[in-house]
Design a protein around this ligand. Structure first.
Ligand code: SAM
Ligand code: SF4
Length: 325
């Protein structure tokens, strides 16, 4: 699939649930979001069928996200079945890390390639505040379990918010000095839930980088140039590396190669702008023969690809727990 701006689409991000065990202040309302009913959410078989269809059209990389993907029943068997699809060479999962202590080894066995763990603070009290009740020890234990299980290329995503956690930038860097983890500083984005993200808390990559430079010199990692939206650097003496994702101040749309499948069955062209296609209604239409269904699914993938904007309009916002961030 090639979009109207000559970008080749090979990456599908799949949100398997809108449920979450945490309530991060920038992502979900305190009382939780209005959740889709069980019937509205795609079944594992439906997800698998859509992934296979995507692969037949050129998708070779999958990311599983949510909500919190590890709360979805059957998640490890879904991953195993995805890993058996010929043509897929990378399956990653984004998680808040709370359940990794129990899941890391089985995820490895299931064929998962890589993990992104979201962690916005190194402090117990702050973690409880940002996530509205989480226990940071679970995440630290989860990170160690992932390293012990033998995963390579583990990433840690930290959203930096002025006045909330920007005083911890040095602590994050120290954390990866002795751990083989790619720490990625992420700019805060507007949330689709109204009034949850206040603009004063936004901190651009340029400022975050200045703080990192106080710890040590950053050297661009030549082997990693062009590998996804982050610019990756090495810092002297560190086992880990550091990346910056500037989705707001410097959108990486030019190299965007992805489509998103939401948990309620929409194929979305872009996280922040563009449109979406209701692919679930095609999957569930009982009056289509197999060939007709395959043709309609192909048409849906192509329509979503064609909707991809050349660049997102940064002021828009997304309901992250539904789309998957
Ligand atoms: N629950 C999983 C997790 O937290 O990793 C996966 C889903 S979560 C929506 C995916 C990513 O979106 C997380 O790294 C989270 O920090 C990020 N995210 C959510 N809301 C955000 C916002 N307003 N700005 C920037 N990143 C956000
Ligand atoms: Fe849950 Fe992830 Fe959203 Fe936090 S960022 S509320 S962990 S979905």
């Amino acid at each position: 699939m090639i979009d109207k701006h000559s970008r080749k689409i090979s990456y599908l991000r799949v949100s398997v649930t809108d449920l979450c065990n945490l309530r991060c202040v920038y992502c979900m309302p305190a009382g939780g979001s209005v959740l889709s009913s069980k019937e509205e959410i795609l079944s594992l078989e439906e997800i698998l069928k859509l992934i296979k269809h995507g692969v037949s059209l050129g998708v070779n990389k999958i990311r599983i996200t949510g909500g919190e993907p590890l709360v979805r029943k059957g998640i490890t068997s879904l991953i195993r079945r995805i890993s058996e699809i010929s043509g897929i060479n990378d399956i990653a999962l984004t998680t808040n890390g709370v359940y990794l202590k129990e899941y890391a080894a089985v995820l490895k066995k299931s064929g998962l390639s890589r993990l992104n763990i979201s962690l916005d603070t190194m402090r117990e009290d702050r973690f409880a505040e940002i996530t509205r009740g989480g226990n940071i020890a679970d995440v630290f234990d989860g990170v160690e379990a992932v390293l012990k299980a033998g995963f390579r290329g583990t990433k840690m995503n930290a959203v930096i918010m002025r006045g909330d956690n920007d005083d911890e930038i040095h602590d994050f860097v120290k954390y990866i000095m002795e751990r083989d983890i790619e720490l990625r500083f992420i700019e805060l984005m507007a949330s689709g839930w109204k009034d949850m993200v206040d603009e004063d808390r936004f901190m651009p990559t340029s400022e975050i980088m200045e703080r990192v430079l106080e710890v040590g010199e950053l050297v661009p990692d030549k082997q990693r140039v062009g590998g996804g939206p982050a610019t990756i650097y090495r810092i002297k003496g560190a086992l880990g590396s550091i990346g910056f994702i500037s989705a707001v101040s410097k959108p990486f749309c030019k190299t965007c190669n992805r489509l998103r499948l939401t948990s309620d069955g929409k194929l979305r062209s872009c996280l922040l702008s563009g449109g979406d296609v209701d692919i679930k209604s095609i999957l569930r239409s009982s009056n289509l023969g197999e060939k007709e269904m395959q043709d309609k699914l192909t048409e849906a993938f192509i329509r979503a690809t064609d909707m991809k904007p050349v660049v997102h309009s940064g002021r828009n916002s997304a309901v992250m727990n539904q789309i998957g961030g």
